[in-house]
Structure formats: C-alpha cells, structure tokens
Design a protein. Structure first.
Length: 115
C-alpha cells in the first residue's frame, strides 16, 4: 500500500502517452476488460452497440433503447430531456418565489436558465 501512490502515477503517466482511441486500438483484439468511455453520440455509432440495437432515434436524437426487451411487451423511449435550466423560472415560481426574487437569483448566479 505504501507504493500505491507511485504506482498510480506510473500507470497514469503511461496512459497519457496515447490518446483514448489509440488505447482502444491497442486493447481491441485482446481479452482484457477494457473499453473507451464514449459520449452518447459516439456510443450510438459504435459498431457493437449498433449491431445490438442499443440506441434508437428518438425525436431526432439518439436515445438508449429499452432494456430488457420482451417480445410481448416491447418498451419505448421516453421523452427527450429538456436542457438544464429550461424550467428554472417555472419551478421557482411554483415554489412561491416572486418574479423579482427569481430575477435576483438568476442575476446573482445562484440559479441558471437555458437562455
């Protein structure tokens, strides 16, 4: 355990020598349990996930397909999420804040809106 910090730094330094995609290629044909961390857009186009039908097009955006999948009761994708802050003013208003208080919170950077 005393050597773990040095070992952790040695491993991190080694991994910094290549890009994520280069490491994915290095491990691609091995039986090591290694996979890159992908964005949703990248995951939706990944060959393995495409072959499995892991993503569906939902209102023009990639969305995870329902899982597990049953033949008699197939699932469907839910609503597309709203942008962060899209409902800030409505939620604060419903919680009893006045328009002036909401504006003050936004101006002070305490809360954010999507605009």
């Amino acid at each position: 355990p005393d050597e773990w910090p040095a070992l952790r730094e040695w491993i991190a330094a080694r991994f910094r020598t290549r890009s994520r995609n280069e490491w994915a290629e290095v491990f691609g044909d091995s039986d090591a349990c290694v996979a890159p961390v992908l964005s949703v857009a990248e995951a939706a186009e990944h060959p393995h996930l495409t072959a499995r039908g892991s993503f569906v097009d939902h209102e023009g955006a990639p969305a995870p397909a329902s899982a597990p999948r049953f033949s008699r009761t197939p699932g469907t994708a839910g609503e597309v999420g709203r942008p962060a802050g899209a409902d800030t003013e409505a939620v604060l208003g419903a919680a009893g804040y006045s328009d002036a208080e909401i504006k003050a919170l936004i101006d002070a950077g305490v809360v954010a809106t999507d605009s």
